[in-house]
Design a protein around this ligand. Structure first.
Ligand code: AMP
Length: 286
């Protein structure tokens, strides 16, 4: 497995692979890898001859008040996990490698990124789109894998690829949970044992809403109410949103007919957690 810290070296390797007729699958991450990331890597393995994992805590998607400096990092462990998964190359650049001191070009998605997390993290998706486009260019990837844990991010990236004719295929990967339901996340490391238990309110609320949906409940207020109730019961420090959204526009849906996304973001202690569930009329009733 190669470890590249320089963009030019990654590009040279990627070009050599392409010249040999091999396809490249990219998994963009911020590191501190867990089972969710590993499931993406395995999907990448099945969809490309070569797998590149980028490990880069991208400063431009964090606002000054967010957790950029505290974000968990353990590159040695990440590298070991990648090696075990048969990854061909890790790209692990320093911020200065990605952003020139006079960096001044950004990719801004202006519709899907306005709601949900975008409403609370105004520069977040601009940073995500910009760094992902750079990673797509540097890795010459044919395919990039994104997790449904970050459903809005996935949709925003798909929109960027469509609107800007980026020659890459975006492959969604299912959300991976802990056994007790908590969505796996690098940020779970911040949770104290007591907070870890309270954090289960997010997935429990979504599960209850999913069950209600399968029994015929379609009303947005009642479905989101089930999630809110769980968050309030554990005294979540702050609820950023619990929303039912149309899955293609990410605008609020009055009811869960058609393709909808039930999404939640809340603070447990100082940790901001997100989770979501797709609600779909195609889902059979019990
Ligand atoms: P991150 O390192 O948190 O930026 O995540 C990198 C990629 O892994 C993104 O595409 C995430 O959606 C995906 N990911 C993170 N956690 C999970 C999870 N629990 N299940 C599936 N994908 C995930």
């Amino acid at each position: 497995m190669e470890i590249f810290t320089q963009s030019a070296a990654l590009k040279t390797q990627a070009a050599a692979w392409k010249k040999a007729g091999e396809t490249i699958a990219l998994v963009p991450t911020m590191g501190y890898l867990h089972e969710g990331h590993l499931s993406l890597i395995r999907l990448a393995r099945q969809n490309g001859d070569r797998v590149v994992v980028s490990i880069f805590v991208n400063p431009t998607q964090f606002s000054p008040t967010e957790d950029l400096d505290q974000y968990p990092r353990d590159f040695a462990r990440d590298a070991q996990l990648c090696q075990q998964e048969g990854v061909d190359a890790i790209f692990h650049p320093a911020p200065e490698e990605m952003y020139a001191p006079d960096f001044s070009c950004w990719v801004q998605e202006e519709s899907l990124s306005q709601t949900l997390c975008g409403a609370f993290r105004p520069i977040h998706f601009r940073g995500v789109c910009t760094v992902c486009l750079k990673l797509f260019h540097l890795s010459l990837a044919d395919v990039a894998v994104f997790g449904m844990k970050d459903a809005q991010q996935l949709l925003v990236i798909q929109r960027m690829v469509r609107d800007l004719d980026v020659p890459i295929r975006i492959l969604p990967a299912p959300l991976v949970r802990e056994e007790d339901g908590l969505a796996r996340s690098s940020r779970n490391k911040y949770l104290s044992p007591e907070e870890r238990i309270r954090a289960l309110a997010l997935s429990r609320g979504l599960r209850l809403a999913g069950e209600a949906f399968r029994q015929g409940e379609r009303d947005a207020q009642r479905l989101t109410g089930l999630v809110r109730q769980e968050l309030e019961a554990v005294q979540a420090e702050k609820i950023d949103y619990v929303e039912l959204m149309d899955r293609s526009t990410l605008r609020p849906a009055k009811d869960a007919t058609g393709h909808t996304l039930l999404a939640v973001a809340a603070y447990i202690g100082k940790t901001r957690l997100i989770d979501n569930l797709f609600l779909d009329d195609a889902t059979p009733r019990p």
